[in-house]
Design a binder for this molecule. Structure first.
Ligand code: IPE
Ligand code: IPE
Ligand code: MG
Length: 266
């Protein structure tokens, strides 16, 4: 693995417009951006003869732990898939419980996040949420907007296809004269344009699929799958995922030999 030596401040300023397909990004021992599909809440509860909702409540606790663990490890961006654009297909009761949990978690956690210098963002098609929930989200984002230690993004009613299409529509509205669209035209309109592409993707719960998560942004992300259910995913499990990441050779299309040569260069 290739380690960049740039200071944290340099890296933050360089990252925003980084695209793994336009330029080879800097690679650090600690992933700058970790994106997680928090899966397995329902099965965690069912195994314990508990209702699925008990798994979701436990899942909220695991989020709290993960935020702390990412700060301890020096991760700068943590992105969590909380509700997919396809999760509306679930029983109405489960959906409404999830919405209520989201609302209470926001109410309870925002001050703590703010006190810890954490910036909170929520991305996805928020128009389908209730007006009070949308309002809470806006308030939380505004309150924590200038915080710097860690950026936590919650993907809610998010879908990778939705993201690409909404970006395309916003680009078309802003620049109708464009006939030939290139990557750098589109990326500023993607919902996570403020963050570098994820270095490490984690999916808990045993399934090995993307489930319409960050389709565009995962182009060169290292993928890590674990059987562990989300409520059981804690500090030790995060360390194991980072250890696996550190053993990967991120070539971004190059050969191993080229990678070795680039490390030798002054
Ligand atoms: C992930 O856990 C949480 C959400 C999708 C909201 P699941 O609810 O998908 O748990 P399993 O996969 O059924 O165990
Ligand atoms: C993906 O989990 C979405 C979230 C964790 C929010 P799902 O449990 O909905 O995914 P599938 O249906 O197994 O692919
Ligand atoms: Mg699931």
């Amino acid at each position: 693995m290739e380690f960049a030596s740039a200071s944290l401040k340099d890296r933050r300023s360089n990252m925003i417009d980084s695209s793994s397909t336009i330029a080879i990004p800097a690679v650090d021992a600690i992933p700058r951006h970790i994106a997680i599909i928090m899966d397995g809440n329902g099965r965690w509860a069912t195994q314990r003869y508990m209702p699925r909702v008990a798994g979701h409540s436990k899942g909220v606790e695991a989020v709290r732990t993960m935020v702390e663990a990412c700060i301890e490890q020096g991760v700068r961006y943590l992105t969590l898939f909380a509700f997919s654009s396809e999760n509306w297909r679930r029983p109405e009761e489960e959906v409404s419980i999830l919405m209520r949990l989201f609302m209470t978690a926001l109410e309870r956690e925002v001050n703590r996040l703010h006190a810890n210098d954490i910036c909170l963002k929520v991305v996805g098609d928020l128009s389908r949420f209730s007006a009070p929930l949308q309002e809470k989200i806006r308030e939380a984002e505004q309150k924590t907007a200038s915080n710097n230690r860690l950026v936590v993004t919650i993907c809610a009613n998010y879908g990778g296809r939705w993201d690409i299409i909404q970006a395309m529509n916003r680009l078309r509205a802003a620049q109708p004269q464009l006939t030939e669209i290139e990557e750098q035209h589109l990326t500023p309109y993607l919902s996570m344009a403020y963050a570098p592409e994820p270095d490490l993707f984690i999916r808990t719960g045993g399934e090995q699929r993307i489930s319409n998560f960050l389709l565009w942004q995962l182009a060169y992300t290292e993928l890590y799958f674990t059987e562990t259910f989300w409520p059981d995913f804690g500090r030790a499990e995060l360390r194991a995922a980072i250890l696996s990441y550190q053993k990967r050779e991120r070539r971004f299309g190059r050969t191993s030999e080229q990678l070795l040569d680039s490390k030798k260069a002054p």
